[in-house]
Design a protein around this ligand. Structure first.
Ligand code: NAD
Length: 322
């Protein structure tokens, strides 16, 4: 477990993040070892082929299981779909594998989970790792696949001061803003609140843009008014859902909503917000409605699940046919 980093979960985000991290670490220390693992072996192999084509001398190994990835490295990074996957990988693989290692190896272990998942699940995993003597941070990201590729992600970090300091230089290889939000779970709390607001805004921007068109307004004129007025927000000024509203910025709607942050993930994040709010007795009347609208949009137009979440506009438009 000398100088080695393991990355588990090489999907749309993880593959870009691991590429940035490993390429920078390799350039700084060519003797570094890198380990990758994914439930789909072809994803890990594709990553390896791509990385080695750029850095032929790198020590990059594909392993079949998260247990092997844990035993191989002191730094373990996970980027998985959601709570059940994180629970499974840590409870069934990372934690049991660590328990089999000498105690000095356990205390030198740092786990960084960048998945967006339930705060309580993340806290439980971190607490179990901490009780063994290992460090863990929750470090969900903002910035999407484009930010992951460009290395400009924002990391919202939850954990102790010590674990934050250990994770900071690693996260800095994959992102631009590394924010310590507070103790374990705080990074996820910040991420979930942000996406709750974003999810609601994207729907209401679609509603306003639709109503404006019914009133005879040109979408580009309306978008420019909103974006220089008090209704402007990221959902209107960058991710405007109406083709022709922001032609110069080329939002996903210009490609039939391909790419971007898919509706299924937004629905998952709205669900995380409404679930934690129920546990906290915190009222989310708009959040609950927005969650139901995203769910209904996928139910009625299943192809929207894998389109950018601004495609909720297509669903709203279908409600407005007359
Ligand atoms: P993804 O589904 O593309 O990737 C997840 C990867 O994890 C897949 O390759 C899958 O095979 C792998 N995986 C699943 N279970 C596994 C297991 N048990 N062991 C090993 N590998 C396993 O998802 P993504 O788009 O990369 O998103 C990852 C996380 O980042 C999610 O929590 C998402 O909400 C969050 N996020 C995504 C975006 C985005 O724009 N895609 C933006 C911000 C945050």
């Amino acid at each position: 477990r000398a100088k080695s980093t393991s990355f588990i979960g090489l999907g749309r985000m993880g593959s870009e993040m691991a590429y940035n991290l490993f390429s920078k670490e390799y350039t700084q220390s060519p003797e570094s070892n890198f380990v990758v693992c994914d439930a789909l072996p072809e994803s890990a192999k594709a990553f390896q082929d791509n990385f080695l084509s750029q850095f032929p001398g790198a020590n990059l190994q594909v392993v079949d299981t998260p247990v092997q990835a844990t035993v191989a490295s002191k730094t373990i990074i996970t980027m998985l779909p959601s709570s059940p996957h994180v629970k499974q990988v840590y409870s069934e693989s990372v934690i049991p594998a660590l328990k089999g290692l000498p105690s000095q190896d356990i205390t030198q272990t740092l786990c960084i989970d960048s998945t967006t998942l339930d705060v309580d699940v993340a806290r439980a995993v971190a607490s179990e790792l901490n009780s063994l003597g290992a460090q863990m941070v929750d470090a969900p990201v903002s910035g999407g696949v484009a930010g992951a590729k460009a290395g400009t992600l924002a990391f919202l970090v939850g954990g102790t001061e010590q674990s934050f300091k250990l994770s900071q230089p690693i996260l800095a290889q994959m992102g631009q803003r590394i924010i310590h939000c507070g103790p374990s779970g705080a990074g996820l709390g910040a991420k979930i609140c942000n996406n709750l607001i974003l999810g609601v805004q994207q729907i209401v921007v679609g509603e306003g843009m639709l109503l404006g068109q019914k009133l005879g307004l040109d979408p580009a004129v309306l978008a420019s008014v909103i974006n220089s007025s008090t209704g402007g927000c990221w959902a209107s000024s960058v991710n405007n859902p109406v083709p022709g509203a922001l032609p110069e910025k080329s939002p996903p709607c210009e490609r039939d909503y391909q790419g971007g942050f898919v509706t299924a993930l937004m629905l998952k994040d709205m669900g995380l917000a409404t679930e934690i709010a129920r546990k906290q007795n915190s009222a989310l009347p708009l959040g609950e409605l927005a969650e139901a609208i995203y769910a209904k949009s996928i139910q009625e137009q299943p192809e929207l699940a894998t389109r950018d979440f601004s495609a909720v506009y297509k669903y709203l438009r279908a409600q407005n046919v007359s």
